[in-house]
Design a protein around this ligand. Sequence first.
Ligand code: SAH
Length: 403
Amino acid sequence: MAKVIVNRHGVEAVRRGHPWIFRPATGQVSSRTSRGLDAGIVTIVSEQGDAVGCGVYDPDSPIAVRVWGIGQDARLDADVFADRLTRAIALRRELFADGATTAYRVLNGEGDRAPGFVIDRYGHVAVLRIDGDAARAVAPILLRDVEKILRDAGITTLLERTAKRNERGADEAKTISVRFGEEPKPIRVTEHGVPFMVDVLRGQKTGAFLDQRENRRRIGELVARRKRAGLGVRVLNLFSYTGGFSQRAALAGAIVTSVDVAAKAHGTAQESFKLAGIDPSPHSFVSADAFAWLAEQKKKGNRWDVVISDPPSFAPSERAKPNAISAYRSLHRACADVLAPGGTFAAASCSSHISAEELLTTLDDIALGRSDLRLVELFGPPPDHPSLPAFPEGRYLKLALLA
Ligand code: SAH
């Protein structure tokens, strides 16, 4: 098998369980071809010549190797993939045993020790996303038993979503192909028993932002508590997409304003309101740029009791971080400007390059221009998005509740 030699720092990271070896940590690569090493399964070797693990080599990515196994006996084949997927399914079986949630992440890439492979489930339909050309190159070997394993878990259709990212990390184009089963129509799924619609063929990501499930529930609970305490429940949901947060807030008795540039998402949101037995007509669905719209609301003196902000990632790369930090600061300032006294501000970030502590620097008194808010709770990703202790990038989702 081809070998990649990795320096001391790389070896140390691999042993701690970090799943990525960046290119500068790699030295010589050996292969049978003279063109250099192609994408494929490799043995990771220390500078002293010891085999320390195995992984998938990518000649074109800054992440030179995605690590699959540690130790000199580590190997990577269809059996290893099957084992990781089976363990991933077992965890979800336990997490969602009550049957109230039918949309969740089945396999979370590096977090489930299956780097580059993500599977989201919407009822009987699953969507596979393979990250990068190297993972795609080894997929025919690794995915041998996937159909059988997923069918055994009750999945009757597997789609594969291939996204082309632009340099800002946003999806530019995506194609969906059917790996097995039939092409699905929009699907009705539930989160904690609350139904909503997902369009896996046309929606963003694999159809929904599953990672915010527990936070959507928390917002519903927050509104219910405020209602019981006789406090105001005007809710502003910024970057609302298909209205997950809005729906939970409305179910708990809030009047909700949802804002998103994607006008079509509001249609799905209203459909989901109706599915949950909520009449959408008292609620507002605004198609606008959140930044410009917030500035107008401030001028008009409009205020909300709960403001939720869940923007797309502002930091697609480490280089983009300073700009991202200032974008979060100005967004958070604009949110604080329309938050009524005694209100709660829920600020989320899904940038893997921004840590929870860094996010909090965009929510301090200077950033918000007010000194009455306290950090009440700080949440990370949900349990169907596990991460590895040595891999902070996996804990990309943060939600800070300030009141
Ligand atoms: N909170 C949502 C997920 C939000 S994803 C949920 O729980 O499902 C981020 C959303 O921000 C996307 O729907 C995208 O259309 C929207 N968006 C991106 N830029 C925007 C902008 N400048 N103003 C308003 N919405 C924007």
